[in-house]
Write a protein that binds this ligand. Structure first.
Ligand SMILES: [Fe+2]
Length: 229
């Protein structure tokens, strides 16, 4: 795992030098900052209850495995097959939930929206035809996703680093399949149901107004092979 990937994760350090349990990262903005596209009540529950619960359950799963407590959530997710059978499912679900939500908060901004510029914009045009065609593909994938999961813009390791829109079930992450995540949207009902009820398409459509393209561009610029090996 390279530094570029592990940097994505908050690893709190004890004064004594050991690594503590996983921690809920603070929201990078006020819960009401993304109104009206994402309401403050949804944001408080999503971050303070749902994400917090994944962190708590991950810590619980690792309670009797001190060696594994030293690992980052991303390492645990990418090495789930090496873990004791008794905790594999709990770690996959909850390390994944922790990793993905930590990325998700940073993928949005109160000053977001608009369109990307620079190399990411060029790559989107190259691989999807246009920015609008990319957005349509992303929305379609989000609507078509059955059950709970995530929609991603990801960069393939092979095929010249082509950009792809993909979905994952549960809290799986594209890095589990060798793709580097650039942008993600949460398509679990808990992300939108209070405001939009069953209208997932409305949520997906409005979400573009809060996308943090600077963060996506930053991730694209370090998404070469060295970052996913
Ligand atoms: Fe979520």
């Amino acid at each position: 795992m390279t530094e570029a990937v592990t940097r994505d994760h908050e690893v709190a350090t004890h004064p004594a030098g050991g690594v503590s349990n996983h921690l809920l990262p603070p929201l990078p903005y006020d819960p009401a900052a993304l109104e009206p596209y994402i309401d403050a009540r949804t944001m408080r529950l999503h971050h303070g209850k749902h994400h917090a619960s994944y962190v708590e359950k991950l810590n619980t799963a690792l309670e009797t495995f001190p060696d594994l407590q030293q690992k980052t959530a991303l390492w645990l997710l990418l090495n789930v097959g090496k873990l004791p059978m008794s905790i594999r499912m709990a770690v996959r679900n909850n390390a994944g939930g922790h990793v993905n939500h930590s990325l998700f908060w940073r993928a949005m901004s109160a000053t977001g929206g608009g369109a990307p510029s620079g190399p990411l914009a060029d790559a989107i045009k190259r691989d999807f035809g246009s920015f609008d065609l990319f957005k349509a593909r992303f929305d379609e994938a989000g609507v078509a996703l059955f059950g709970s999961g995530w929609v991603w813009l990801a960069r393939a390791r092979k095929e010249g680093g082509r950009l792809e829109v993909i979905t994952t079930s549960g809290h799986d992450n594209p890095l589990m399949d060798g793709r580097f995540p650039l942008l993600l949207n949460d398509a679990w009902e808990h992300a939108y149901y209070l405001k939009h009820e069953n209208r997932r398409a409305d949520y997906l459509n409005g979400w573009w107004a809060v996308v943090n393209w600077q963060e996506a561009a930053r991730r694209y610029e370090r998404s070469d092979d060295s970052a996913v090996s």
